[in-house]
Write a protein that binds this ligand. Sequence first.
Ligand code: PYC
Length: 335
Amino acid sequence: METVNLTLSEAYTLAREVLSSNGFSAEHADAIARNVTAGERDGCVSHGLWRLLGIVETLRKGKVSADARPQIFDQAPAIVKADAGGAFSLVAYEQALPLLISKASACGIAALAINRCVHFSALFADIEPLTDAGLVGYACTPSHAWVAPSGGTRPLFGTNPIAFGWPRKGKPPYIFDMATSAAARGEIQLHLRAGKAIPEGWGIDSEGRPSTDPQAVLNGAMLTFGGHKGSAFAAMVELLAGPLIGDMTSAESLAWDEGAGGLPYGGELILALDPSRFLGDEAHHHLDRAETLFAAMQEQGARLPGERRFSSREKSLLEGVTITRSLFEDISALR
Ligand code: PYC
């Protein structure tokens, strides 16, 4: 398969040009280009440059604002609200982040609800600024109704990712970012693009039969990870980042899309916890105690979440990123 190698700066420039020439404002084009370049850099290809195809399609279908300026509200002592105005979530998050961090430092725990945002991005990127600030972070968002609840056969939940982050001294943070479905929808779409079957257990066809055909599963229903356990987490995400914050469930998001095929529209909930407010004088022991736990995990051969991402980051910083020529051409043709 023919491939193209891009430095990170070339990848960002390509993304930025595609976004600007399609009408995204400078601030949205910059935030989205940085995000998809970071996904590719970190080896998270399902949230990398490939996403530009769906991002531009969503704009062309009129399902995302190209230039909305977010409004940030100081809602309560420990709650920030950000109204993204129908744009992608990233600019709203960047603008609300300083207030979220200062509230977490003041109260020990704070929440940010981003409302009316279109969402495509990997949540680990939202957690890293929190762990960089020494905070513990959590984020979740529903998507479109693509995933059947455990025991069912019809799509109801989104892929509903959950991310959690813990800061570390002098080391990359401990961050996991996982869909509560067996795989992200993007993974299935990438298998379809590559003409490959998907692993068993990822989904069922529209008759409810297990299938490894990516198109049949995209038309049928995806499955949750870990059966009823993933299903319970998926429902939790629907509730926390839907009704709790006054935003859409995945079923409501899909209904709002009216078959256009745009990216999911709704809310994201982010929590930030400040260990120094929990621990007072004992603060900082928490980092050493966490290291004891991580070392015990690694002694048994376990890999910490994020390790692969950070080693891929180091490699990409030196060597750039490699994508298929067909993807490069499809992206370039969007300009
Ligand atoms: O790939 O799971 C996914 C996804 C969620 C929202 C947009 N894409």
